[in-house]
Design a protein around this ligand. Sequence first.
Ligand code: PLP
Length: 375
Amino acid sequence: MSIQQAPQVKSLNPPRRVLMGPGPSDVSDRVREAMAKPLVGHLDPEFLSIMDDNQSMLRYVFQTNNELTIPISATGSAGMEACIVNLIQEGDKILIGVNGVFGKRMADVAERAGAEVVTIEKPWGEVFSLAEVKNAWQTHKPKFLGLVHGETSTGALQPLDGIGELVHGDDGFLIVDAVTSLAGVPVMVDEWGIDAVYSGSQKCLSCPPGLAPVSFSQRAADVLSSRKSKVQSWYLDLSMVMGYWGGERAYHHTAPVSMNYGLHAALQQICEEGLETRWQRHDNLHRCLAAGLEGLGLQFMADKAHRLPQLNAVAIPDGVDDAKVRRRLLQDFNIEIGGGLGAFKGKVWRIGLMGDACGKNQVLTLLGALEYCLK
Ligand code: PLP
């Protein structure tokens, strides 16, 4: 038997960055300390009560009474897949708004799940008006509508007013991507008639990446329970996952215990701050940041009327070396900002103001550092 030699690696020593990119955002010491607490089993009574807390705090953050509200054990994309694969059956028609990377991803996921996908498209940075959505909805007559609330690739905030009523008027279902929007701007799941919503732990919830909170309305849960075909994904089949998160506590997969500790601490911080105060903090500091960025001559990709406060996408000025500026911000100032994605690659910087990274000091430091790097 010849045994491969163990590699020699350095001890783990990540630097303390200021995470002002598109996520992950900074997490508090309280969240990090929670994740380092002693491990218990995923069926330990102590952990079961943490699960209950996480569900009730998620209901608050989503502003919903939905029974089916849980953190999926994986990142935001798995939240997207969970919403799609549990609701879509072969041949179901879904209309998806595509105005950036994540609408496109939703369309891809839905197509893989066997849906008949139709899209409405808008230039990146723009959003859909209610009239445009209504027109596409009435033309295509789908069963589902999928919209990205906060499009992280462009920094645009999709208004959702009136959309739930439109869709419900025809017995349809509204699926919303709230990965970046949740806990940074209002996401009123019950009031807005959202039937399935997914998010990610690493944005405005300020927890490390690894959990995807989702919530299904009773109507959406009924679709799931009356399915004729099995859910395409075993791992994400919520009818089985709910055997664990619901009353029965039956083993489905081993829950990521320490991630749920982290989420508990992160959600508790949100509950203590209060959603309204948190939304206001994001809005106020976005205004300060926007004034400073505009003062530096940077232009936003999204119109002022529908900007996502927590994701500021600005055009990289002509002649400026994208990679060099971001490298200097990281090396000299320990600040991470994001580059562009997809069509915006090399053209845009994405400056996050998410959760714990959304503070006065961070805004002032970034503006000073960026001015220095742009010289
Ligand atoms: N949807 C949006 C709007 C996102 O911003 C992201 C990630 O940035 C995702 C979905 C996918 O989430 P994840 O990268 O956690 O899988």
